[in-house]
Each structure stands twice: as structure tokens, then as C-alpha cells.
Design a protein around this ligand. Sequence first.
Ligand code: PEP
Ligand code: MN
Length: 337
Amino acid sequence: MIVVMSPLATKENLQDVIKKLESLNLRTHLSTGDERTIVGVIGDKKIIANLEMEMMTGVEKTVRITEKYKLVSRDFHPQDTVIDVDGVEIGGKEIVVMAGPCAVESLEQVREAARAVKEAGAKILRGGAFKPRTSPYDFQGLGEEGLKILRDAADEFGLKVVTEVVDREDIPMIEEYADILQVGARNMQNFQMLKALGSAKKPVMLKRGLSATISEWLNAAEYIMTGGNENVMFCERGIRTYETFTRNTMDLSAIAAIKELSHLPIVADPSHGTGRRPMVAPMARASIAVGADALMIEVHPNPERAWSDGNQSLTPAQFKDLMANLGDIAKAVGRTI
Ligand code: PEP
Ligand code: MN
């Protein structure tokens, strides 16, 4: 349930509302807008069903929330959430670009990628040190050594780091090196990991599961937020459909849906979303047009020789071209890049 306070409500009125809710063992979540304050209420459904808050001074109305997710919902928090990633804001006017190789292979490879993506305007370096691979015989990542490489290259070129967590036991260690913790598509419903990320200190980027509905995805984010970590962003990376020409079907409508249903930022990943180099640029442009707050793009100094996802990785020159062509579309939808 949400309690909408009247624009004329005083601080004392708000305090009284919170006191009453807390006395019933309900959790409250405040969202302060320019005009109104909204109090989100979470807790025992039966207690909430019997609440009569409209009688209290300063309360304009109450609205029942039927969806299971609450904290991620725009009803609870009407304004867009802006996540501060150590000085880089995601969810504001500026579209942020994260780029880099699929996997960390060597210091030289990551440095070369970092230099190229920084020059072209990216703010965040991506790269997997723990790789969730379909086959156990494929390269599984360099582990902590890969994290050190990422951090060093990012620091050298003034970038932030996003990297994937595949095991909740690794969270404290990965947090030492990364600025954003990525939950991969294959782990979107790893609820133990989501709970553990609820007490992580770093923002989390939650990729959409290969066959997850939008509601399942929102509920997965709720797991993280309810644990206390409010810095969650979504990432649309394509879903599995009957189509085989593309690796996945990039669901642009999910970006618009997330913007409608949630206040949290959304990142678009046209690299995994299509799996095809020629389609990365057009789908990146389309993602901005439909409301994405950030892009994640795979870039490799030499995609032909990449240890993973070479087919969808851009060369540094292609990435530079793409970046040069995003400004107009960003401007058309009132954003900058
Ligand atoms: C990745 O970003 O490298 C990755 C493995 O992505 P996904 O979980 O979307 O497949
Ligand atoms: Mn990849």
C-alpha cells in the first residue's frame, strides 16, 4: 500500500503516519517529491488490508498495490532513481556507456580496450573475470587476477568497472575491485545470491534472465532492494525466442515497460541482445530512442581472436563510429551522451 500525503501535510503529520505504521510492525519507505510525500508500506498483508489511514490529518489518499514487487515499483517512488557510481550518474539526463571485452584475457588486451573505449567516450569498463559459460570446456575466466587487471586498466584511463558475480561467496572480494556488480542472465533468479547482494555496498546491474518475464525480473530486483541495497539497475540483454538468425531477441518493449513500471534505471545490451556485430549499432540507437539510461557494448581490440563473443564484439574503430552517431538520437529524446 502507499499513503499519499497531501501537499499541505506538515512534518508532524508525516511523523504521526510513520509512527502509526511502525507501531503495527510495518516497514515504511519514504519518497519525497516536489509536491507530495509518498509513504510506501510493506509488511503483513492482513494488517495492511485493515488499515484505515485516510482518517489521519495530512493524508490525501491510500492506494493498494496489487503487484508483489513494491520497492522497485514506480508507485512507491514516482521520480526516476539516479544511481551514483562513484561520480558517474546512471538514470539522469546523460546516457552512460559501458564498454569493453566480453572476458578479461590479459592486461594488454584490457588496456587496449580501455584506452579505445575511453577515447570514444565510454565512462565504465566492462569485462568478465568469472564467466558463466554454456560448456564446462570453454574458458571460465581469470578470476581474481582478472579483477586486478580490470581495476588497473580502468584506473589508468579514468574509468569505472562493471563485472559479473557468479557466486555469492565471491561478493566481498569482487566489491574490492568493481564499482558495479553484474548479475548475469543465468543467475537472475539465483535468490540466495540476490539476497546476498541486498547487503552489498556497491550498485548492482541485474540482467534479464533468458526466459524471464518482466514481472519475474522486477521481483528479482525486489529481492536485492528489500535486503537494503537500493542501487539496482536493470539490463535488457535479449530473451530466447524461436528466432535463430539472432543469438537472442532484443526486447525493446521491455525497456519501455521497465520505465513505466519502475523508477530504477535500465541499461541496454545490444551485443548479447543480438549476438551479431552489424546489428549492435542500430539496436543501440533504438535502445536510446525507447528510453534506455545506459548502454553496455562489447568491444575487443581484435574480435577475430576473442576468447568469447567475438561475433558480437565491435572493433575499437566501429565503437568510435557508433559513439559519434549516438548524439543526435539522444538529443531527439531530450538526453545527452
Ligand atoms: C556478459 O555480459 O558477458 C554476459 C555473460 O551476459 P549475459 O549474462 O547477459 O549472457
Ligand atoms: Mn559476452
